[in-house]
Design a protein around this ligand. Sequence first.
Ligand code: NDP
Length: 330
Amino acid sequence: MAATFRGIWLTKPGDSQELAFRDLTLDELMPGEVVVAVSHSTVNYKDGLAITGKAPIVRRYPMVPGIDLAGVVESSEDPQWKPGERVLVNGYGLSESHMGGYAQKARVKSGWLVRIPDAFSAADAMAIGTAGYTAMLSVLALEAHHVTPAKGPVLVTGAAGGVGSTAIALLAKLGFKVIASTGRTEEADYLKALGASEIIARSELSGDVRPLGKERWAGVIDSVGSKTLANAIGATSYGGAIAACGLAQGMDLPGSVAPFILRGVTLSGIDSVMAPMAIRKEAWMRLARDLDAGALTRMTRTIPLKDVPQAAGDILAGKVRGRLVVDVAA
Ligand code: NDP
């Protein structure tokens, strides 16, 4: 009898998606050159959307959800990867078109794997996960547009979330003054411990749009979109840059071109899913260098696989603080 392993299995027998915890076999996974023994995954906002079915993330059924995974190579048809090597995958269609991280084994394309930096355990890699790697991609985008600590503070929206918490920790370590925008001002102490210098209420930015307001920050990392992003752009100082990576408030962008043509600000789009391997490697190298280990611990909580459905609802409701690691073996 084929060896089995535990995982979450999504099916869609009728109009709605069904979730089961099942014993799976390798035969049920999809083609790929490398089998990974998965020890950890995580819950990102997108995982919340996939698990609850609130947005059409999953594009084929059955599906093992989970957009991130970390573990060790169990077997590989590609000589580039050897059994026992510590690896992670972020995105690349996991949980969309290819089975993902919420199972104790995954079979993936060899070109999707990144070596876990020596500085991190598999659990650390998933404490970072897509959210943290996206925060790093956003920092790289600001740097590419010459946003430096000398130019002024950086605004981080959705501050108490996963992308936001990691962005604050990274920016603070790099010497930036960080302004954190949050709907949870009761989390001020948490945000300050991560490195935020100033906390502003989410409502300052989420309401009516002022296309060109007072210049308040040199850069922005925005995981919220919609009116918040439009207001953040409108308060970016001359020559500044905004990394737009999320849509927690909405997908719309009800702004004006005024900040672009009058202040020369740059709006930089961030995509983690299909980012080229060279950029992924650079982001993980920089995370190993620039993410404070204490901050990572402060922002992270670990849950067992069975708690993923509950966590999926919680993250969409804005109730998750920082990052969740999923212990896939537990
Ligand atoms: P989280 O849920 O952890 O963080 C989102 C945060 O946004 C919340 O914690 C909350 O922060 C704030 N927020 C929630 N609802 C609203 C609202 N209605 N209006 C304003 N702010 C709100 O999610 P993640 O950090 O995992 O992801 C953040 C966003 O980034 C998501 O939209 C996700 O899809 C996107 N993303 C995009 C990626 C890419 O490749 N471009 C990759 C990873 C994520 P607070 O309570 O502090 O206000």
